[in-house]
Design a protein. Structure first.
Length: 382
């Protein structure tokens, strides 16, 4: 839903009712992830996508029907039809469940507020009941960090409290996920599936070493949605002109900067200096922080020498095992741009528990699903 927040914010501001269709469950190989939405307004204007084109027409018609009739939310399943290659379905072989519901901005001001926060780049979560008793289906609430309670309701105070806590944890982890609540006769007798959509602050990429590779890596990191910082102690190299794609260019000793900057489980630390006087104190610190990725550039010989120095500095083996060095995946990279690609490929694979091997050599589903428990474990570490 928040993937099209800019248009939904505009429709709410102009008091235009709309129907929104959201991918609420995925099995097998599907083209777009959980939480992706398509919306249709009263004039028939459509925005977004839920299948990359496979079932868009059918979902569009569902949106028009729900919007025109004012009916309760409707859930439908789409999958590949072996008997008719032209039937409505996913030719990729996956199965998706879609929830379609009508939104009248005047009746759901908490959603309008959530869209506005998302457009402004503020962290926000929207929880949406996607399965359960009819009276709960489509219920939504809006959660922001640093505030008490929530806006909107799922139907009962107990469910609202539990979902608000889970949404805050997912927001800290920067992840959207499907959570299950209820089924406990003593507290929440109704079993509900709730999709938590999150719009978190951008994860950080900290690049240490104002070298040519850092220029290409800062551009790649920015493209992937990171807030990129380039840090180097040498003012002649750490300049805005050399790193136009970085959000911040900092002149400081790397370990001193890292000591005084905020990091979390989504932070990627990329050490490109391959100079022991910078690397050793920086890596000794970074490997003890709750960051998601720590990589260091250098040859295998440089890496072995650096590991020796880190051990002498008292870094335990359990922490050394976290170090990705030489940095990046084996792409046969030579140029700064190719090297940057190998580094961000490793970061993406590490973040999503990917193997980094060619898909053509694997079997089974292409897309991995992040489970609710995995999401909450990541949030707890944040």
């Amino acid at each position: 839903m928040l993937n099209i927040a800019d248009t939904l914010d505009d429709w709410c501001r102009t008091h235009r009712s709309f129907a929104v269709a959201t991918v609420v469950q995925v099995s097998g190989s599907a083209p777009l992830p959980l939480g992706t939405s398509l919306a249709v307004d009263a004039d028939g204007e459509a925005v977004g996508s839920i299948s990359g084109g496979c079932v868009e027409a059918a979902v569009y018609d569902m949106c028009r029907e729900v919007l025109d009739s004012g009916s309760a939310p409707v859930r439908a399943r789409f999958g590949y039809s072996d008997s008719d290659a032209f039937a409505v379905g996913l030719t990729c072989g996956g199965v998706i469940d879609v929830l379609v519901q009508r939104v009248v901005p005047a009746d759901m001001p908490h959603l309008a507020s959530a869209f506005e926060h998302a457009v402004r780049g503020r962290p926000v979560a929207v929880a949406q009941v996607v399965d359960g008793p009819a009276e709960f289906l489509g219920g939504t609430l809006h959660v922001r960090p640093g505030t008490d309670g929530c806006a909107g309701t799922l139907g009962r105070e107990q469910e609202d409290r539990e979902v608000t806590e889970r949404a805050r944890a997912l927001l800290r982890a920067g992840q959207s996920a499907l959570v299950e609540i209820g089924g406990d006769t003593g507290t929440c007798p109704q079993r509900l599936s709730v999709l938590v959509h999150t719009n978190a602050t951008r994860p950080r990429m900290l690049i240490f070493g104002a070298v040519d590779f850092a220029g290409a890596l800062s551009e790649a990191g920015r493209f992937l949605g990171y807030h990129v910082t380039v840090c180097d102690a040498r003012p002649v190299f750490a300049t805005r002109a050399r790193f136009p794609h970085a959000d911040d260019v900092v002149i400081e000793w790397p370990h001193r900067y890292l000591e005084n900057t905020a990091v979390d489980s989504r932070t990627a630390v990329c050490v490109l200096t391959h100079d022991a006087k910078f690397d050793v104190p920086l890596l000794a610190l970074a490997l003890g922080l709750p960051v998601g990725y720590v990589g260091a550039m250098g040859s295998r010989r440089t890496h072995e020498h650096r590991e020796t120095l880190l051990r002498e500095a008292g870094v335990p083996e359990t922490r050394l095992a976290r170090l990705r060095s030489p940095i990046g995946l084996d792409l046969g990279a030579r140029t700064p741009a190719e090297t940057a690609l190998s580094i961000v490929a490793e970061i993406v694979a590490d973040t999503n528990q990917g193997t980094g091997v060619p898909l053509s050599s694997l079997t089974g589903p292409i897309h991995r699903l992040l489970t609710d428990s995995a999401s909450l474990n990541a949030a707890a570490a944040a």
